[in-house]
Design a protein around this ligand. Structure first.
Ligand SMILES: [Zn+2]
Length: 171
């Protein structure tokens, strides 16, 4: 669990984010569009997926959609917040982001009725989403052994195709 930041801490974090974005190339350039509050969200969670803890700032992760900045309150349900608040922008891996998107669609639009996202609402939503994502993964993994058995069998059949005598390579 992250230490709660005071308003002063958030102000300082904003300065750190502005300094980081000044490196006008690579991944952080992206935050020209997303904005400083989104980058503050990344810094607050130290660049780890807020839902599963995966380290996102590492080779192989920064392009191609592997990392996302998730709208904690989705754009469709809370279109006015977007990334204007650092409480609404969280780093997420593509997998968690997509499970969360399904959950977002099922929820009622009453998470933040007056449109002001506080630390308290933020913490509650993050905790709820973590639980949902963990549960979804556990359910999928519960069936994994039989999935693997089926997969191994299919691979054997596939490899048998290659080992058939007399089938040319097309050359
Ligand atoms: Zn994740």
């Amino acid at each position: 669990m992250n230490k709660q930041f005071s308003n002063d801490d958030w102000d300082r974090l904003r300065g750190i984010a502005e300094e980081l974005r000044r490196n006008d190339h690579g991944f952080w350039r992206d935050f020209k569009e997303k904005g400083i509050p989104a980058l503050m969200g990344w810094l607050y969670y130290r660049g780890k997926c807020v839902y599963c803890g995966e380290e996102l700032v590492r080779p192989g992760q920064l392009i191609g959609g592997a990392t996302k900045t998730d709208h904690l309150l989705s754009i469709s349900k809370s279109p006015n917040i977007g990334f204007s608040s650092h409480f609404n922008a969280v780093p997420a891996c593509a997998g968690c982001n997509s499970i969360k998107a399904v959950w977002d669609r099922k929820r009622k639009p009453s998470d933040c009725p007056d449109g002001v996202l506080t630390q308290e609402i933020h913490d509650r939503l993050v905790a709820e989403a973590r639980d949902v994502i963990k549960r979804e993964r556990a359910e999928a993994d519960a069936g994994f052994e039989s999935e693997r058995t089926n997969w191994m069998k299919a691979l054997e059949q596939r490899d048998a195709l290659e080992n058939q005598p007399g089938v040319g390579t097309g050359a």
